[in-house]
Design a protein around this ligand. Structure first.
Ligand SMILES: [Mg+2]
Length: 118
């Protein structure tokens, strides 16, 4: 019988290990610099697809564009995972930290507003 993993976030760590196994990039400066630049590029690709949705399709999200955007979002997540890896942080801890932050803000009625530590 397979041992049940009680960590509901373990899939994120498995994904992170997979990302690391597919990471092929040069060491430039500190190890997180390359994936940070890659993340910016992929965010730009998401923006570009959405820009073209307005330019070419009058703002209508076609099924084809949606598939393209989802692929780019996957690239964004890959780079986020790699940045976490380069900082020796579990991807699940990134997710958990974000959930805790947002839950706290939600419970205190602080979802709106500005400031990282509200
Ligand atoms: Mg891409």
């Amino acid at each position: 019988m397979q041992k049940k993993n009680n960590n509901k976030f373990s899939d994120f760590d498995d994904y992170q290990k997979f990302c690391k196994s597919t990471a092929v990039y040069p060491k430039i400066g500190r190890s997180f610099v390359y994936p940070l630049i890659g993340l910016q590029g992929e965010v730009g690709e998401v923006s570009e697809k959405i820009k073209k949705m307005f330019r070419d399709d009058k703002g209508k999200l076609t099924e084809e564009k949606k598939i393209e955007i989802v692929k780019e979002l996957g690239d964004v997540v890959w780079y986020i995972s790699q940045i976490a890896t380069e900082f020796d942080v579990k991807f699940s801890d990134v997710i958990k930290g974000n959930i805790e932050k947002l839950t706290s803000r939600q419970q205190r009625g602080k979802l709106h507003g500005s400031g990282d530590n509200r």
